[in-house]
Design a binder for this molecule. Structure first.
Ligand SMILES: Cc1cc2nc3c(=O)[nH]c(=O)nc-3n(C[C@H](O)[C@H](O)[C@H](O)COP(=O)(O)OP(=O)(O)OC[C@H]3O[C@@H](n4cnc5c(N)ncnc54)[C@H](O)[C@@H]3O)c2cc1C
Length: 406
């Protein structure tokens, strides 16, 4: 066993770290403030500054783990995790933005037909369009059985889509929206969770103002209102009733992205604290001379590196355990790994970012010193793409059911 990135992985690591220093760091304020962009229905929406978005696309980061035939780089989940981690180390907002681009594309890559991939995956990998992935609704973020968004079949064979999706990242960008809705089975009347893709800003689509949240200020979330949107069957992912499996399958890989965001958040906060402590003098010597500072540095890095190892191990597991729609056993095994890593990384990000602030004293809570931005971003970690509690429940249920502690 070798604890070492291979040549390609090291190259992509260095590229992402350089990108973070050259493109993201000088633009932190612009990123956190957002940029107003006119979208296809003529409305103005706040987005990640376009030059940053375009740089992510041009470098190939948006399509990093998707096939080259759809404008991707054809790399794996390990490379994906490395890039998200290194960008999050400087800006968790940008890491989160990239992660949610990838989450929606993961659903399309896993479950769409080649024609659908050509239509939706290719323009998103190249950055021309931006995908969103919508599960959460006002009544639920954790329980698919509580979905209310509904597809209704019309006499002419088309469908009408109605409902509200809540806290949806990138809902104010043009591009495809992967979502989940209920559709009544024609024979039994039973509700089937169905995955589908619509174009954002089509007729019947509108968004709220972006939510004003504590962190990830550069990556925005909106509520989506869907009012009699016309849908045709070629917009379905798979068949009616596949949606629940598609949701689990997409987020099984998808949890890895947020794991990497949280690991990057922890490492970034530790970087800031270490730099500050090295420079801050007490009676002419750096405050790293204090055993309390050394204890904090060691604790921060021990948590962060443990989370990083779990993240990379889960990423490697994803790359060696591909699953198709009906391979539920592999999907559950992947989900257990990524859920465990995500739960631990979320806890780590919040602990380490708070510790970084405390290592810096009052300077830690002042925005000029940046550590407070990491605390605000880390506060969201246990509350996104499934709560932190639910991650441990998923992992624990898998371990209990399989009697497997590996
Ligand atoms: C910045 C941001 C971006 C987001 N982007 C997206 C997006 O792009 N797409 C999207 O679909 N969603 C998105 N979300 C929503 C997010 O995924 C949900 O908010 C999250 O899954 C939690 O759901 P909830 O808020 O409804 O909480 P709930 O599901 O209501 O949970 C509330 C509390 O109850 C606990 N709980 C709930 N059910 C159980 C249970 N069965 N057993 C034990 N405890 C339970 C939870 O652990 C939590 O502590 C985003 C949220 C944020 C903050």
């Amino acid at each position: 066993m070798e604890f070492k990135l291979n040549e390609d992985q090291q190259m992509i690591h260095d590229l992402a770290a350089q990108f973070a220093q050259d493109i993201i760091l000088p633009n932190i304020e612009r990123i956190e403030g957002g940029e107003e962009v006119v979208v296809s229905d003529g409305s103005t929406q706040v987005q990640l500054p376009r030059d940053i978005h375009e740089a992510l696309a041009e470098t190939g980061f948006i399509g990093i783990s998707f096939p080259e035939e759809y404008n991707g780089l054809g790399m794996g989940h390990v490379e994906q995790a490395i890039v998200i981690k290194e960008l999050s180390r400087v800006s968790p907002s940008v890491g989160k933005a990239l992660d949610v681009y990838i989450l929606g594309l993961e659903a399309i890559d896993l479950y769409a037909t080649p024609e659908q991939k050509e239509k939706w995956l290719a323009p998103c990998c190249s950055g021309e369009q931006t995908v969103s992935f919508a599960f959460t609704e006002p009544d639920t973020g954790s329980d698919p059985k509580m979905l209310k968004t509904r597809l209704t079949k019309e006499a002419d064979g088309t469908y009408k889509l109605n409902g509200v999706k809540r806290f949806i990242s990138n809902a104010g960008y043009d591009g495809p929206l992967v979502l989940f809705a209920l559709l009544a089975d024609e024979e039994s009347g039973k509700d089937l969770v169905t995955g589908l893709v619509i174009d954002k800003f089509c007729k019947g689509y509108s968004v709220s103002s972006p939510w004003d949240k504590i962190g990830y200020k550069g990556s925005h979330v909106w509520d989506i209102f869907m009012d009699d949107i016309v849908v045709t069957e070629d917009q379905f992912l798979g068949k009616p009733g596949d949606g629940f499996t598609q949701l689990l399958g997409t987020t099984a890989y998808g949890k890895l992205g947020f794991t990497a965001v949280f690991v990057g958040t922890a490492l970034g906060a530790a970087d800031i604290a270490l730099n500050y402590c090295q420079e801050k003098l007490h009676r002419g010597k750096s405050i790293t001379k204090f055993p309390t500072t050394q204890l904090r540095l060691s604790t921060m890095l021990t948590y962060a590196h443990t989370a990083e190892l779990l993240c990379l191990e889960a990423a490697d597991y994803c790359d060696h355990n591909h699953f198709s729609n009906d391979d539920i056993a592999t999907m559950r095994a992947v989900q257990a790994r990524t859920a465990q890593a995500k739960g631990y990384a979320a806890e780590t990000a919040t602990k380490v970012a708070t510790m970084a602030v405390n290592a810096m004293g009052a300077y830690g809570v002042c925005d000029e010193y940046q550590a407070e931005r990491f605390v605000r971003d880390a506060a969201i970690a246990p509350n996104i793409e499934g709560s932190g509690d639910i991650q441990y429940l998923i992992h624990g249920m898998y371990v209990a059911a399989n009697g497997n502690t590996n």
